[in-house]
Write a protein that binds this ligand. Structure first.
Ligand code: GAP
Length: 433
């Protein structure tokens, strides 16, 4: 019987390491705080998330084109985007234990969360961008930054895309890729990292249509989470209060998920006005207007943005999928991941070592089709099932002595644990491959 298991963050971190999903980066050197490496299963699952995200953007209103922008950007870009003057978090140090904190995350009057004392430095503004130098000459023109969001690469390429992609307003530019933020206190595993990945779409539309398009994208993005099978009781929309809005934003909602550490932002969906293109037009001196054939007027398009962290979604999916239930008086851990998200789709298992050859041939057949499959021969069948349940493999296929005669195998379903006998030649149809 499925149970509503309360998985703690610490338990998930060790699960991810034990099963090869995620490791602390530079682990053997003591670890790099807020930075993580993805193992085999994590890499496969992350790739599935990206694929599903890009597919999910298809819509009836307009086309979506893709971009892969650079990670480094010159200072001018980040001046225009207001990240140089404004991308700050308030920082404070405890003078007693020397620990550093974000001053807006707790009540300073209640004392230091680490040592309990109440002896603080002044609050300083800390810019969260990673600054670097291009080439050997150090001067103002060689200063560059690692991007703190993928969005700006889209805005600065707006004209390039418009003139080379035959797209017309409204349309969207989608991008997935790394972003970097020197978070003062990275925490909660993949929730707040210093190096992370974003999946962002910037939707360019007329200002008059932006409120309707914002509503459209909120619905569209919620549908995505529904399609992934995330527990609907744990997903909600929260509208930003006017004092929460970012400087560029006219209205904004967060898609929130109920993590074990509370309701937190998973994705931000915002009407950014025409702030970004106006800023880049001013700072670069380039005309970023588009021409409206109907009204015969030029205008700077408005932007609706939907932005989600790939790693944060990865964390969400793991929390949501993790279940413990009871089978034959034993506790079973099962990741009830959507089959499209599951890192391994099918595990092939010979009943005994004597049946390795035909089982391997079957495994090879599916591997060569590009399907993510695993071959598992060690331990009892029960143990092998548990191993696959734990990593979310939707189907296990067992080849036994009867298979030699009847050309059938046993297919076992992860969620129901039911087993069916099925002809080998019917497997692709059964699996929808
Ligand atoms: N372009 C808009 C933008 O970057 P944001 O709310 O700062 O807005 C968007 O970030 C999303 O990126 C967040 O909803 C979250 O999923 C993810 N994200 C932001 N900072 C992150 C961090 N330090 N670690 C992991 N994911 C992060």
């Amino acid at each position: 019987m499925p149970s509503d298991t309360k998985l703690t963050l610490d338990a998930l971190v060790s699960f991810c390491k034990r099963r090869g999903f995620v490791y602390q980066s530079s682990d053997i050197y003591g670890g790099l705080n807020g930075v993580y490496d993805f193992g085999h299963l994590g890499t496969l699952m992350k790739r599935n998330i990206r694929d599903l995200w890009i597919q999910s953007l298809r819509n009836k209103k307009g086309e979506i084109v893709q971009l892969e922008g650079s990670l480094l950007g010159p200072e001018a870009v980040w001046e225009a985007s207001v990240h140089v003057p404004g991308f700050h978090d308030p920082m404070v140090d405890c003078k007693e234990c020397k620990k550093r904190f974000r001053a807006d995350e707790f009540d300073l009057k209640k004392g230091c969360p680490s040592c309990g004392k109440n002896n603080w430095t002044d609050i300083r503004e800390f810019n969260m961008m990673f600054k670097t130098q291009l080439g050997a000459m150090e001067n103002a023109s060689s200063t560059a930054y690692l991007r703190p969001e993928t969005a700006q690469a889209i805005f600065i390429n707006f004209k390039n895309v418009l003139s080379t992609s035959r797209v017309k307003i409204p349309f969207g530019i989608a991008q997935m890729g790394k972003a970097f933020r020197n978070e003062i206190t990275p925490k909660q595993f993949l929730f707040r990292m210093r190096e992370f990945e974003q999946m962002e779409i910037e939707w360019f539309c007329k200002g008059s249509e932006a409120p309707e398009d914002l509503a459209f994208w909120i619905e569209h993005r919620l549908l995505f989470y529904k399609t992934l099978g995330i527990n609907p009781d744990k997903i909600r929309i929260r509208e930003h209060e006017s004092d929460e809005l970012a400087h560029y934003s006219t209205s904004c909602v967060d898609v929130e998920y109920e993590f074990p550490f509370g309701w937190k932002e998973l994705e931000g969906i915002a009407h950014r006005g025409n702030f970004d293109l106006t800023q880049h037009s001013k700072h670069s001196g380039k005309d970023l207007n588009v021409f409206d054939e109907e009204t015969r007027e030029s205008y700077i398009p408005h932007v609706v943005e939907a932005s989600v962290g790939t790693d944060r979604l990865f964390l969400t999916l793991l929390f949501d999928a993790y279940h413990e239930d009871e089978i034959e008086n034993e506790t079973r851990v099962v990741l009830k991941l959507h089959p499209a998200i599951a890192p391994i789709k099918i595990a092939f298992m010979p009943l005994t070592k004597k049946l390795e050859e035909p089982t391997k041939a079957l495994y090879e057949f599916y591997a060569q089709k590009g399907i993510s499959v695993q071959y598992d021969v060690s331990g009892s069948i029960g143990k092998r099932y548990r191993r696959q349940d734990e990593i979310g493999t939707p189907f296990c296929i067992t080849y036994d002595f009867e298979s030699e005669q009847d050309n059938c195998v046993t297919i076992r379903n992860r969620d129901t644990t039911l087993q069916e006998r099925i002809a080998i030649e019917k497997l692709p149809e059964y699996l929808g491959i």
